[in-house]
Design a protein around this ligand. Structure first.
Ligand code: GRF
Length: 192
């Protein structure tokens, strides 16, 4: 089968705010010959985000948007996305809410990874909620971003068993490992 060359890969951007383990795994996968995407831009809502190290190390353009100071932080981001001809945006731990205008501009082209089995546990502290409610399973969801928080069309879900010995931290780590494994693969499949 004909392999995609660098030229035919889809340009994507990854938005982060923290650790960046999903960014790291997306970068790793993007370097495979078979991958259908390449990362052209990393956007961080936090200056010191650890994930930025992965962008720097891999010489990927990055932009830190200071949401606290900027009146319209998305203006510059939109310009950069245009410049880099970005077709798909992957949110990976991005802790800011995108405006309806922004979402409209990339309608159906923004993916998010959320650490629960949506529609259960939208928002924050999903692992604590799953543990406190004595759920038997948790997991993660990859979905299209729409204007409502954690509510867009689900494209992939992975169920993970919760053991009695699990606490929120252990569960978080277990789920994140699986997120890292699946996010690039699911994205790649969607680009088919
Ligand atoms: C992940 O658990 C993801 O589900 C959530 O934020 C976390 C980001 O982790 N949206 P990382 O920064 O990719 O390590």
């Amino acid at each position: 089968m004909k392999q995609l060359t660098g030229k035919t890969k889809n340009n994507i951007a990854v938005f982060i705010s923290g650790r960046g383990s999903n960014l790291k795994s997306l970068i790793k996968y993007s370097k495979l010959k078979k991958s259908k995407f390449r990362i052209k831009l990393v956007v961080s809502s936090k200056k010191g985000a650890n994930g930025l190290l992965h962008a720097k190390k891999n010489k990927i353009n990055y932009f830190v948007s200071n949401y606290k100071i900027k009146k319209n932080p998305e203006k510059k981001i939109l310009l950069l996305l245009k410049k880099e001809k970005v077709k798909i945006i992957c949110l990976a731990g991005f802790m800011k809410i995108l405006s309806p205008n922004f979402i409209n501009r990339f309608k159906g082209k923004i993916l998010n990874i959320h650490p629960s089995l949506l529609p259960k546990y939208k928002g924050l502290n999903t692992h604590e909620k799953a543990i406190n409610n004595r759920d038997k399973y948790s997991g993660f969801t990859i979905h299209i971003v729409n204007k409502k928080l954690d509510s867009g069309k689900i494209v992939f879900q992975k169920k993970i068993k919760i053991f009695n010995s699990d606490n929120a931290k252990l569960l978080e780590n277990k789920i994140r490992k699986q997120e890292n494994k699946y996010y690039p693969v699911v994205l790649d499949k969607l680009l088919n």
